[in-house]
Each structure stands twice: as C-alpha cells, then as structure tokens.
Design a protein around this ligand. Structure first.
Ligand code: ZN
Ligand code: ZN
Ligand code: ZN
Ligand code: ZN
Ligand code: ZN
Ligand code: ZN
Ligand code: ZN
Length: 1633
C-alpha cells in the first residue's frame, strides 16, 4: 500500500480515460455504430466539460448522477428507441433462450477461489465459490486460496477441466431454468486519448477558471504514513481527511486531491448477452478504417500502462466478460496479445503498479488453454517471442564473455522480468498428445532460442577460492539462483515435451549437445598429462577446483543429462549415432564433477574465506527447491560417464578432481593438522560420491522404477528421521509444475497416521516393513538429517534388540544402459582405495582416518558384496561378471583388515557393521564356490552360517519374549494383591463410619453445616506458606507480616445475559449488580504465595528492567501495575493478602429461641433510625467480640488489592476514599464465585473437590480479603451500604429509590449484606464485631431471607409480562399460597432456578467459615439440592421457609407492594441463567468462507477487499483492519474489532479472521495475539493464512479448549504468554484491528 506523487500529472485530465458509453445488441446497431458516434459525440463534447470541470467541490455522487442523466440515459434512449427499461426487459427474454454458459466471474482481491487437484488441467484453473459449491469437485481433493485479484472463474470452460467442467448452474443441459442472470450488454464505445496531456478543443471547458487539479497517483514506493503526512502538510487538512484521501488513492490508483471523485463515470455493467458480446468483440478486433491504425483492442492493450488503476480494472473486466468468453474471439485476442507481447512486457517493466493490475496478467487466461497454446506456438511462435522478450530485458546483464552478471542489478526490475517466465511455464503446461510437423519445427525453434539463453547462464558467476584474506564484498548470488529456480519447472517441462516424441527428443539432444560444445567457458589451461595408479594410466588434462575458477551454474550440461536418460528410457538411444558424433564422456562429466567437488570442498571448510554467499549457493544446489535440476542432474551425468568409461579411469578422474590422487598414491604427506583434516573430509566426501553413483538408482530410465516409487522412497527416508506432519513432508518433497508432490498416493502405503491431541498436529509414522529400505547414505539427506536419521535408526534397532549395523539396502537393478556402473565397485582402483583406508584404520594412525570415513568404506564394501550376492543368486557363476575378488589375494587382505578392525576399541560403534560385512564375505564366498568341487560342503557351510544367524535371532526373540512374559506376570500378581486387599478389608472399611459415629454421636464437631447455630468447625485454615521468592516458611496470622497471593483482576462478560450491553443502569451500580450480570469483575490467581516485602522488591525490580525492554509495554502494562508471576509467568496485576479464617466453635442454639427472624429484621432495619439505637443494644447481648487487629503490612496489602479491584472494575482513576471501594471487593468476590460455579457446571464437575488447589486458595483468599474490607473503611459508609442493600428485601426507613427484587442479582446481594453486617456492631470508641454466635444467626437469617426473595424472583421470572394490577394480586396470592404451603406452580422450575444461587452460597460460606461440605457434594456433579440445603441450614423443602417464617411474609408483602409499579419495566431474566458458550461454528470451513464472501461492510459500498472477522462471543461479522469501520473509543481511533470487544467482551475479544483462518485474542486496547483456529485438515494440521489450502474441518476438542480459556478468564494470560515468546521487533497495531 504505497504511493507517490508524480509530477507529470499535475494537470487535470478528465478524458484520458476511455469513455464507455452503453449501446445495445442487435446487428443493426453494428451497422449504425458510427452513426451513433456522429450523433452522440456533440452531446458528449458539450456535457463532459460541464460535468467534470466546473464544479469546485462536487457532492458525493453528484457527478455520477449527472453522467447518468445527461450522457447515459439519452444514449440508452437513442439506442433502444424506447424506454430503456422496456428495452432491457426484451433483451433479457431474448437472452434466456441462449444456453451454454461460462461463469466468467471476475475475482476481486481476497476472494476465495477453489481448484480441484483431481480434475483441473493445471493449478491456474479455478472456480468461484458459488460454482464450486454446485460442482462435483466439492467431494474431490480440492484446494482453496485467496485470489490476488484479476482472473475469472473457469466454470464452463471445457478445456480447463478433465472432468466436471460445469457446475449445475452453468451446465448447458439445465440452463433453461436460469432466470436470475443479469444481463446487460456491451457495445462499449471507446475513446482512448492520445498522449497529449492537453484536452482537445472540443473538450475544453468554456469557462477556464479553477480547472487545474493536483492529482495524486498511486505507486509502490511510498508508505501509507508518508503520504498521509505529506498530504496533511500540503493541503493543511486534518489527519482524518488525509487518511480518507490516501485510502482512495490506494484503491483507485489516483485522486484529484483538490477535487471530488470522478471514479465511476464508467458505469460498467457486467454480464453479457451473447449477441451483444459478439458485436462488441467484432468491433474490438476489427482493423480500424484507417489502415495504419491498430484495431481497438490492440490500442487498448498498448495504452494499459498509461491508464490509472481504476480505469485498468474496468478495461480488464471488459476483456474478461467479452473476448475471453468465446473460443474464437479468445483465439483472435490471444494472437493480438502475442503480437504485442514484447511491447506489453516492456511497458509493464517500467510501470510502477503491481502485476495483478497489468494487462500482462491476462497471459494466464490464454496461455494455459491447451489448444490455444498449441496454436500460439504454431502460428505465433510464442515460445520464441517470450524467450526473446526475456533475452532483450536481460541484455544489460551480459558481460564481455556473453554470460550473465548480476552484480549491482536492480532487484525491483529483475523481479518484474522474472514474471515473464511464468508465461513460458503456462505455454508448456500441457504437453501435446499429437505432434504436427509445424509444431516440431516451432518447438525446436523455441528450444534453440532457449538454449541460447541457457548458454548465457552456463558457467556464469564463477568463483575462485580465496586464499589468505576473506572476501571484502559478498558477491551477488541470489539473482542467479532465483533465475535457476524460475527455470526449474520450465527445464523439466521442456524435457517432458521432448520425451513425448522420439524425433523431437533426438533433435533436441543434438541441439543441446551442440550448444554445450559451443560454450567456451572454463577452458583447461594446460595440456593433458598421464597419471599412473595400480598399473592404470589416465590421460587427462589437469585442473584444480581449489585453484581455478568454477561455477555452480551448468544448465546445459544438466539438460543434456536429462535428455540422455530420456533417450535410454524410450530406447531412442540406438539412433543417437545418426544425430551426433561419438560423445566424449570424460568431457561431458568434467563440469558436473567440478561442481560436486566444489560442494565437497566447501563442506571441508576449504572455501571459508569466500564468505556466506558461496555457502548459500551450495546449500541451494542440494536443497529441495533446486536439486532436481542441479545436484541430481550432476549425479546423473556422472553416472552416465561411469557407465561408459573404464571404471578404473573414472575413479582415477574422481580422485584427481578431488585432489586426493597423490595421497592415495602415497606421493604426498603433510604434518599440518589442518591439511590432514581437509584430506580426511575430502576422502569422506569422495567415498560418499561413489556410494551415490553406484547406489542411487531411483530415477526412471536409470532403473525400472516409476515416479511413484521415487516419491515413496523420499517419503520413507524422511520418516526415518522422525514422524512428520503432512505439511513438513510436503515441504521436504520436490513439487512438480502443478505444485503436486504425489505424496497422497504413496503415504498410506508407507506410513500410519497418528491423530493430533488438543494441541500439536497429526503425525505420520513409518510402517515397520519399510524400514529395511533405509539407506543411511541417502543422497538427499542434508548433513544434520543424515546424523539424525542414523541416530534414530540405531536407537530403534537397539530397542528392538537387533544389532546396530545399518546395512545398505538392496537397490533395484540398473537398466542395461547403466549396468556397467556396478563395475566401479570391483575395479582395481576401488579395491586399492578401500585397502588404503582400512590399512590406516587397522594401523590406528589416528589423524589419518576418521570414523565417518570407515563408515562409508564399510557401506561401500557392503554394496559391493550385495551386488555380487544378487548376481550370483540370479544366474550361474560363469555368467556373473562382477567379482569383488573375495577369494583373491585382494579380497583376503580386505577380509584380514576387517577382522583386525573388529577388535579396535575406537571402532566399537562400527562393530556390528564390520561383523555383518564379514558374514557377507562368507556368504558370497560360499555362493561362488557352490558350483565348484566342494559345492556340497559350501552349501552346508552357508546353510550353517544362516542357521547360526537364525539361531541367534531366535535366541534374541526368545529372550525378549521371556522378559515380556515376566513383566506381565508381575503385573498380574500386583493387581491380584490389590483386589485381595480390598476384599479382605472391605468389612473393616464398611465398619469404620458406624463405629466412629457410635462412639462420637454427641460431637457436633463433625457437623457439616456452614451456616447458623449448628455451624461446624473450621477445618481448612491456611497452613504455613512458603514464599516462592525467598523459600522461607511462614504462618498466616493476623499480626504477622503479610503473605500475598498473585492475582489478576479483569472486567468480564462471561456471565452476561445481555451481550452487547455493557453499560449498567446508572445510579444503583455498583452497589447493586443487575440481574443480567452484564459486566462483572473477575479476580483470578495462579495460586503462588510470596511475602509482601519480597513481592514489593520483585515488583520494583521488574518495573525497572522491563521499562528498558523493547516493546515491553505491549506485553505488560507497567502503568497499571502488571507483572508476571515469578514462578509460572502468569499475567498478574495485584496481590491478595492472606487473612486467617476466624474460628467459631461455640454452640449457640439457645439464642435462637429468643431471636426469631422477625425480631432480627426489626432490629436490623431500624438500626439506622435513632429510636432503635436502644433496641439494637439488645442484640449486643447476644455476643460481641473484639475485631481482629491486622499487622501494618496486611492492612497495606488490603489497600493495594482493594484499589486495584476498584480501579479495574469501574475503569476509573484510583481513589482510596471512594465509597465504592469496599463494594467492588464484595462484587468481585461474588462474581468470581459465580464464574467458578459456571465453569464447574460447564465441565460437568462436582461443586467441591474438583477445583485445582490454585483456584481454591485463590477463592478462599478472595473471600477472606473481601470480608476484611469493612475494617478498612469508614463504618458509617459501610452501615449506609448495608441499609441500602437491606431495603431491597424489607422496608427500611429513610431509604428511597431502592431497586425492586427484579432488578438485582441476589448472590451479589448476599455477599454484600453478609460481609457488611458486622459493621453494625461497631461503636465509635471500640472496635467490636459480632461474636461467633451472633455471626451464625446473621448468616442464617440473611440466607433465609434472600433465598425466599430469590424464590419469588424466580417465580416471577417464569411468568410472561403481566399488567400491573394483576401483578399486585399475583404477588399477594403467591405469598399467601406459599405461606399456606400450597404449591400450585412449577416446583421443579423453582428448584432448578434457585440452584445456582445455592451452589454459589455454598462455595461462599465454605470459603468464609472453612466448614467442610458433606462428602457427597464432592462426589457427583449432579446437583444435590437436599445436600446443599443441609449444608446451608435450609429446610430440604425450600418452600417450607415460607411457613417457618409466616410472620415475616407480611412484612415482605408490604415491601414488594410498594414498588410494584417499577417492576416489569425491565427485561426479565429467566432462572437459571443461560450458560454462555462461544457461537456454533460450521463443521466445514468453506461454509464460513462462503458466508464471508457475502459479507458487506456496513459503512462503505465499494467492492474492495475486506477482512471479515467473526466475533466468537456473539457471532457478529465485523469489517476489520479497514479505515471505513474505525470508531472512536475514549477519544482514540480504533478498528472495528477493538471497538466491538470493548462492548461485547468488556475489552476481551475472541475473533476469527475468516480469510486468514486464524483466531485473534484481544485484551485491552493494545494487546492481542494470533492463535490457531480450531480447524484441522485431514492430516491433523491447522492452516494459518490458508497457506496450504486443504479442506478444513472443525475440531470440537480444540474449540472447547478455546471456550474454557474464555470461561476461565485466561485470555489475557494466553496473550501475555504468546507475546513473551514472540518478542516482536515490529509490533502489530492491535487496536487497528
Ligand atoms: Zn463461477
Ligand atoms: Zn458455474
Ligand atoms: Zn474434481
Ligand atoms: Zn519471601
Ligand atoms: Zn504463578
Ligand atoms: Zn461480539
Ligand atoms: Zn468497513
């Protein structure tokens, strides 16, 4: 999104655009086409300036309206000769009879498009979502991706699909039913203004003032911000205005910043009537009357680069919907396109727009059509045209030797040039089934030009080994390799084409050979010399890779190698002598050999001083992205040479080029450790190369394997490293030109799929039977892969109890043309090399050999022995020509060395391999001697050998089985013992409770009642805690220094019954929580305890260090006191002090007889008034005690925590003195308990016993902390709160405007009342609080009162809205009936409705009093109402309450009648509340994509790419990351998601970005993090950004995990954790989402 200002365009140019007028159908009009021009032009000349030039500040849409009125409508009337609407109707009817449609939908940027991997001719064939959903491909292997814009739906194009070319909608057979297709037409009359920037006379406005405009054009160089800034300064406008302009410029490509839009003066109507289309096409392609003029469409094409973005889009769409919809016109257009190809590409190169809005992007639409491609080759020489174009563009990079040299090239331009290669690929994508003579000629002509191009690459960018000094400037290498990568598929396709015709293949080989011979690169400097070794003489020219220039780019040699293999494969090789002179294989192999040696030397660290550029080149040389046309082809060329040359000579040449000849000839020695090390490394690499040349046969043509076999082998070797995910396998396999790896066809044959868990991904594990194909020296292993695979396989073998020898696998036999390669493994030089190596090892001269060297040598011996064994087994001894000379002196000495090495301690790791080799020696010897005189003996011997092996194996197996059996036996014994124990102790166990209850009946100590006079004993006080920072232990005591618990306070809407409404009713909140629980304050904890002092020190240190960290503010909000838990790194923003639970163990039953509920209400409600002061005194007689005194540090921590809760919960500035500070503590206590209960129910867990320890201690600390709040605040304030709250239940004098019972949440009320009541006991002078007995009664009566009121609330909420007069009588009658014990209503409904309240109350009192709950409550998740009631000291039939307290009911009626008029003005919420979940997501992801494709931004009408983003909390679809939907939030401009999250989730958001298939977690304005979407493909992997495009399905477990994260308030924590890991350099602006 980048722009710039172009000087050239300071002039206003209302008409450099094409003017599209609308005309109609009917051939007659064609004839009169020019009449139209005559009549219409004057009108246009008159109106255009008036419309476009004169207004200074046109209203939005005004111009468009004028165009419509003054230009288009008259034209339509003229053309139709009647009302255009009527004419249009007729047209539609006319058209509905025509059939055979192509969809042709033009894709917008970001639109989802589908391709079928089974049926598409090539990956560029795509369907729009509508066609796809109605096509057969829906059930095939499809891929989806976002369109880059441009291009259209190929539905209905018979050449694009192998099967199912039409969806049901575009199927000609069913087209009769099409009624909804929109038609209009398109004889579009066009003017393309010539290059003059002046308007023609006619168009000049009559009045000339104010008609100059500054036009800003879009370009790709300037950043969004830059433009905004410049605009602000230049126009003196505000930032908003500048932003709007900038967005428009990006969209349209230009903008008259001093004037309004002229964008849509072309009302482009898409969809074409067949007849109209024809007319237009004919006109467009017709040569102009003036013979020098080009046809209209050519002129349009050639003007493309001069048009601005919006106009181009219009033209392209026009071409799509007309010319490309018809085979014949498409062909004609393609010819024109090819004709101007070079010019168009040149324009594109100097253009500054992206390719998708260039006319050149149309190539994909025409070049990929097989028949068209063939015609273009035959008639338009398109291959030649394309390569010529590239060649012209690249000319400037040629050096004096006619080779490319990219030093200091312009990457931007180079990038644009590369794009041309795509076109070549498109042309070659479908190889011909039938060759015509013309096609042969034209193809070979193209190939010749291509070879000419390759000649400029052959040997380019030579490197020379740097000695002494390091290179100063890293040479350019990326351009060259990029070129190579671009060519990769093209090279493969050229070979593929050649292979389909014998004659073409032979001629191509001839051309290629000639081209190679003509390359004069890298000549030898000196004359051939003779080298001697083992009585062999090699006559070769000396050359040293380490001293002379060498290049990694050898495309012609490699192409030749590829063609040679094809010749062998097709059998055409027999005719080769007719086409080329005898080949000199030494010469052909020379360059590839140098390249391989270069790689080896780089590996041996000899090229260290040449810098990273060389290392990178060598890396890519063997990397999966390049290797098939680089390294692999070099290997093939060496194999070709090895099959044709004398094996001794070949190996001598290899030794010479590796610069090891003298060492193996003993002519050379050194004491330099560095040099010795290099020699050793080179020897290792050379042995490796021989292993590869002799062993790698998985190429069709070299052995009889299929492509599938090749892929299978790659997959097996990848899986030998470790089990892998599907996507990593795909990444490690070479792709063909259709981006296919062939993995799916083989994977099930070689691997087993392991499903993923809730995180991670699915893995493929290799099947056991495939393991024997493992080759530790597989040539596509990188070094790290090699050692990893080796280690993994050794480990596996050890686990299985077999030996650790990683023997070479049996390779498939060579094809006849290559069969001579095996003689490398038995020639004299080979034996000589091996002997030298083993000798050094046997003599144990430590720096002359290395273990990898021995390993490779052993592998080679194994390969040779296997070869001989296979040959001997296959045919009679006399016929076998391969002889490793096991019986000869050489063989004996090898055998001798091996035996000696067996005992070497330094080679212990190779022992198994040596043993195996020795056995193989014996086996081969026996096989060879089998037909000899001692045949019988040797057969026996070999049998013996085998049987010995078998025996060993059997023995091992037996042992393993014995061990297994033993284990099983022990297990069985243990479980039997367990059973026994339970059986024998059952009696004992059953008796225990009885006996204990008998002996202890009187003890109320064991009472499991938490409320009231029967309250049991507190059993769960804090144990001594260990500080996680200083590790010291401390008791939790009121007077001791404070211990604190980490905690995180956040606003939450998890429980809301009214999503989207975050604002609570003014006035009463926060004292009263409304019943919809719209926003609560949640306090969570990770449960880690510290000393307050330790925490303070830690906190300060963290603040100081974090401040200096980059972007730390994004992870933790220092200003708001955030920090990470020192132990578990959870995000926290406060601490909760631990307060000891107050003990209570007196029995208090007697009191109850005097203090009834009625009396209690009287005392409590009149406490406020003066007259009752005396009365209240009386309650004191029931017992008071002194309030606990807390240490200074505890008091301080109480303040810290309460302030955070207050500040976060109310989103206000911190204020100690705010009267709501204690209220917020009670609220967060209540809300957190409710959230906990909600979570337990969601997970189906029992109320008690299933909370994690950290959750439990967090909850307990929170309740105790809230209870202690009253001691910190002014007693008058607390007493006032109490009176206000009590007034909801009973009439309280002097309290007004109390909400009705339908307007409050009763659990919040319970917590508030219960925690504030002790304040009533406070005297001015003495700190008093109720004694345990008094407290017990307070709890009891409050709970009874609230339960009754809540039951009434539940009952009322079950009714529909009632008129007020009915309501009054309803309440009265309800009460009376309840009091009388009549239950004519839904008893079960009430019980269900009250249950959550009781569960929360049980949790609350459990934390407050510490009385353990009845055990049954922690056993079953089923809600056991009677158990809860007994724990809470309620009658098990709750309705009994109304009878027990029948006197009170009158008071209650009095209270409720008073505000009946206010009831029912609010929404009524049903009880129990609904549990909030995340929205339901469809199982198939493409359904979501479909939904998103219909998404329309509410604030803009343009068709630009949007980012539809789904809120998972409420299901609303938002327009993210777009200026059109930004909103103001607290005076700051934020994106739609941030604004929505603030309301929907109280700042917390969970969104699904549909096009990107990614979840975004958000918390507060500035923080967010991406999170994998809960959608998996068939391979158990997620697909962020839809990069792979496989079909995706919902994974319910993962979605549940997200739900739990939200319900447990862990979103914030997850974000902090992921940000901590990411440690971003360039932070994403989350608030703009
Ligand atoms: Zn379509
Ligand atoms: Zn269709
Ligand atoms: Zn298909
Ligand atoms: Zn400590
Ligand atoms: Zn922690
Ligand atoms: Zn929402
Ligand atoms: Zn929008």
């Amino acid at each position: 999104m980048i722009f710039g200002i172009k000087e050239k365009s300071i002039i206003f140019d209302p008409c450099i655009f094409l003017f599209l007028a609308i005309a109609t159908d009917i051939p007659v009009l064609l004839m009169t086409g020019f009449v139209v021009q005559d009549t219409y032009d004057p009108l246009m000349y008159l109106q255009v300036p008036l419309i476009y030039c004169l207004e200074t500040e046109p209203q939005q849409g005004e111009e468009e309206q004028k165009v419509e009125q003054r230009l288009l409508y008259p034209l339509e009337c003229f053309l139709f000769g009647e009302d255009p609407c009527v004419g249009l109707q007729k047209l539609q009817q006319y058209n509905s009879s025509s059939s055979a449609q192509q969809c042709g939908r033009v894709f917008k940027e970001g639109e989802t498009v589908y391709s079928c991997r089974d049926c598409a001719i090539d990956p560029t064939c795509v369907l729009c979502i509508e066609c796809f959903q109605k096509s057969v491909h829906k059930s095939h292997r499809y891929k989806m991706h976002a369109s880059a814009g441009g291009g259209f739906c190929d539905c209905g194009d018979l050449e694009a699909w192998k099967s199912g070319p039409c969806c049901s909608q575009h199927d000609p057979g069913t087209s009769v039913t099409m009624e909804t297709v929109q038609f209009i037409f398109s004889y579009r009359y066009m003017l393309v203004w010539k290059e003059t920037y002046e308007l023609s006379e006619e168009l000049k406005p009559k009045v000339k003032e104010d008609t100059y405009f500054c036009v800003l054009y879009n370009d790709e160089h300037h950043s969004y911000d830059h433009v905004i800034y410049t605009l602000q300064r230049a126009l003196a406008c505000d930032q908003n205005q500048a932003q709007i302009y900038t967005a428009l410029i990006d969209k349209e490509g230009r903008k008259a910043v001093k004037r309004g839009t002229l964008s849509s003066c072309f009302v482009l109507v898409t969809g074409c009537v067949v007849g109209l289309r024809e007319v237009f096409c004919q006109v467009a392609l017709e040569p102009a009357a003036d013979n020098n003029q080009l046809c209209l469409i050519s002129r349009l094409m050639l003007h493309d680069a001069k048009l601005y973005k919006g106009a181009r889009k219009v033209v392209h769409e026009l071409i799509f919907s007309s010319l490309l919809m018809d085979t014949e016109f498409k062909r004609q257009f393609a010819m024109k396109f090819t004709e101007h190809y070079k010019q168009l590409q040149e324009d594109f190169i100097s253009d500054d727009h992206q390719r998708n809005i260039s006319i050149t992007a149309l190539s994909v639409q025409i070049f990929t059509v097989p028949t068209l491609a063939r015609q273009l080759i035959e008639e338009g020489s398109v291959i030649k045209v394309i390569i010529d174009t590239v060649m012209d563009m690249m000319m400037e990079h040629l050096d004096s030797n006619n080779r490319f040299q990219f030093q200091g090239h312009n990457p931007d331009k180079f990038f644009r040039v590369q794009v041309i290669f795509h076109d070549l690929r498109y042309i070659l994508i479908s190889k011909p089934s039938v060759w015509t003579e013309t096609l042969r000629v034209k193809f070979l002509e193209g190939l010749r030009i291509f070879l000419h191009f390759l000649c400029c690459m052959q040997g380019m960018e030579e490197v020379k080994r740097q000695l002494g000094q390091h290179v100063e400037v890293e040479p350019e290498w990326e351009a060259g390799l990029t070129l190579q990568m671009q060519l990769r598929h093209i090279l493969a396709m050229f070979q593929d084409w050649c292979s389909s015709d014998e004659r073409v293949l032979l001629l191509a080989f001839q051309e290629c050979h000639r081209a190679l011979m003509s390359c004069t690169n890298q000549p030898f400097r000196s004359e051939p010399t003779d080298s001697y070794m083992c009585k062999q003489i090699l006559h070769a020219r000396p050359y040293k890779v380490s001293e002379e220039p060498v290049s990694i780019h050898l495309p012609i040699s490699r192409l030749l190698a590829g063609l040679y293999v094809l010749l062998c494969q097709t059998g055409a090789i027999q005719y080769l002598p007719d086409f080329v002179d005898p080949l000199n294989f030494t010469e052909l192999a020379e360059q590839p050999l140098r390249c391989v040696v270069l790689a080896a030397q780089v590996c041996a660290d000899m090229w260290r001083r040449n810098g990273l550029s060389l290392v990178s080149q060598v890396y890519y040389y063997q990397d999966v992205k390049c290797r098939d046309e680089m390294f692999d082809k070099d290997v093939i060329m060496l194999q070709i040479a090895a099959s044709k040359m004398d094996p001794n000579h070949f190996l001598m040449l290899v030794l010479l080029r590796f610069e090891l000849f003298d060492i193996f000839n003993d002519n050379c020695s050194s004491k330099d450790q560095e040099v010795l090390k290099q020699w050793n490394r080179l020897t290792e690499e050379m042995l490796y190369l021989i292993i590869i040349i002799a062993g790698e046969r998985y190429v069709p043509g070299i052995s009889h394997v299929t492509k599938e076999d090749v892929t299978m082998r790659e997959v097996i070797h990848l899986l030998c490293i470790e089990p892998m995910a599907h996507s990593s396998l795909v990444k490690s396999l070479p792709e063909n030109e259709s981006h296919e790896t062939g993995l799916e066809t083989v994977i099930s044959k070689v691997a087993i799929f392991k499903k993923p868990g809730v995180s991670g991904h699915g893995l493929y594990e290799l099947k056991k039977e495939c393991l024997e194909e493992f080759n530790p020296f597989f040539y596509h292993y990188s070094r790290p892969q090699h050692s990893k695979a080796e280690e993994a396989q050794k480990k596996r073998r050890t686990q299985e109890g077999s030996d650790k020898a990683l023997r070479p696998p049996v390779p498939p036999p060579f094809c006849p043309a290559f069969s001579n390669i095996v003689y490398l493994l038995c020639c004299d030089i080979f034996i000589h090399i091996l002997k030298r190596i083993f000798q050094k090892a046997a003599e144990d001269r430590s720096n002359r050999w290395t273990e990898p060297m021995i390993q490779r040598a052993l592998h080679l011996v194994g390969q040779a022995l296997l070869e001989e064994k296979t040959q001997l087994e296959g045919s009679s001894t006399e016929e076998v020509t391969f002889d490793f000379k096991t019986g000869s002196r050489h063989g004996k000495s090898l055998f001798h060395f091996l035996t000696k090495m067996k005992s070497l301690p330094s080679l212990k790791a190779q022992n198994d391999m040596i043993m195996w080799n020795l056995q193989m020696f014996e086996v081969v010897k026996c096989l060879r001697e089998k037909s000899g005189p001692v045949a019988s003996f040797s057969v026996d011997h070999s049998k013996l050998e085998e049987s010995v092996q078998d025996k060993e194996k059997a023995e091992r197996k037996r042992k393993a089985e014995a061990a297994k059996a033993h284990r099983q036996k022990i297990m069985a014994q243990m479980s039997a013992m367990q059973k026994n124990f339970i059986e024998s102790n059952k009696m004992l166990y059953d008796n225990v409770p009885e006996s204990s209850s008998q002996s202890d009946t009187a003890a109320s100590v064991d009472s499991r009642v938490a409320v009231g006079p029967q309250q049991g004993v507190c059993s769960t006080d804090w144990e001594a805690q260990i500080c996680i920072l200083c590790q010291e232990e401390q008791e939790v005591q009121a007077q001791a220094p404070a211990m604190v618990l980490t905690a995180c306070v956040q606003r939450s809407t998890v429980l809301t019954q009214n999503r989207g409404k975050t604002l609570s009713p003014k006035g009463t909140y926060p004292l009263f929580m409304p019943p919809d629980l719209a926003v609560g304050t949640h306090t969570g904890s990770c449960g880690h305890v510290m000393h307050a002092t330790c925490w303070q020190k830690y906190f300060e240190a963290v603040q100081n260090t974090t401040r200096n960290r980059l972007h730390a503010d994004l992870i933790i909000d220092l200003e708001n006191g955030e920090y990470m838990c020192p132990l578990c790194k959870s995000l926290c923003n406060t601490v909760i002090p631990l307060i000891p639970v107050e003990p209570s163990n007196e029995s208090a039953e007697i009191v109850g007889q005097h203090l009834t509920l009625e009396r209690w209400i009287q005392i409590m409600s009149y406490n406020n008034s003066e007259k009752s002061q005396a009365e209240f005194r009386s309650i004191l007689s029931f017992g008071v005690q002194e309030s606990p005194k807390f240490s200074r540090s505890i008091t301080e921590m109480l303040g810290v925590c309460a302030n955070t809760v207050h500040r976060v919960g109310l989103q206000t500035a911190p204020n100690d003195l705010c009267p709501y500070v204690p209220v917020m503590s009670w609220n967060t206590c209540a809300y957190t308990i409710q959230a906990t209960d909600n979570m337990l129910q969601e997970e189906g867990k029992p109320l008690f016993g299933s909370l994690q320890n950290r959750q439990l201690s967090g909850l307990k600390a929170l309740v105790q902390f809230s209870a202690a709040q009253r001691l910190k605040s002014s007693q008058a304030v607390i007493q006032k709160h109490f009176a206000d709250m009590l007034a909801v239940l009973v009439p309280v004098p002097n309290v007004e405007n109390t909400p009705s019972i339908l307007e409050v949440d009763f659990f919040h009320l319970l917590v508030g009342l219960d925690l504030s009541i002790p304040a009533l006991y406070q005297e001015a002078a003495v700190d008093l609080q109720p004694s345990a007995v008094s407290s017990a009664y307070n709890h009891l009566y409050l709970l009874h009162l609230l339960t009754m009121a809540h039951m009434l609330q539940v009952l009322l909420s079950h009714r529909k809205r009632l008129p007020v007069f009915l309501l009054r009588s309803l309440i009265v009658s309800l009460f009376l009936r309840l009091r009388a014990g009549v239950t004519g209503f839904c008893v079960e409904g009430v019980k269900r409705g009250v249950l959550p309240f009781l569960r929360c109350a049980a949790l609350f009192f459990n934390c407050l009093t510490g009385v353990p709950p009845p055990e049954e409550l922690s056993e079953s998740p089923e809600s056991q109402l009677h158990l809860l009631c007994s724990y809470l000291s309620l009658p098990s039939n709750l309705f009994q309450l109304f009878q027990d307290h029948r006197d009170v009911v009158t008071t209650l009626i009095k209270r409720y009648k008073s505000d009946i008029n206010r009831m029912f003005c609010h929404l009524v919420f049903r009880y129990p509340h609904k549990r909030n979940r995340l929205i339901d997501l469809p199982e198939d992801y493409s359904v979501l994509l479909n939904q998103a494709s219909h998404f329309k931004c509410p604030n803009s009408s343009d068709d630009e790419r949007k980012h539809p983003t789904l809120c998972l909390l409420c299901g609303v679809m938002l327009c993210a990351q777009s200026p059109c939907c930004q909103e103001q939030l607290n005076g700051e401009e934020v994106g739609a998601c941030t604004a929505h999250a603030a309301i929907c989730g109280a700042g917390v958001g969970m969104f699904l970005r549909v096009r990107e298939c990614e979840i975004v977690l958000m918390a507060s304005k500035t923080r967010g993090s991406p999170y994998p979407a809960p959608y998996l493909d068939d391979y158990g992997e997620t697909d962020p950004q839809l990069g792979r495009g496989n079909p995706l399905h919902l994974c319910p477990e993962r979605y549940r995990k997200l739900l739990h994260m939200w319900q447990q308030h862990c979103v914030l924590e997850e974000i902090a954790r992921s940000l901590e890991v990411l440690n971003v350099m360039f932070p994403f602006e989350w608030q703009m989402l």
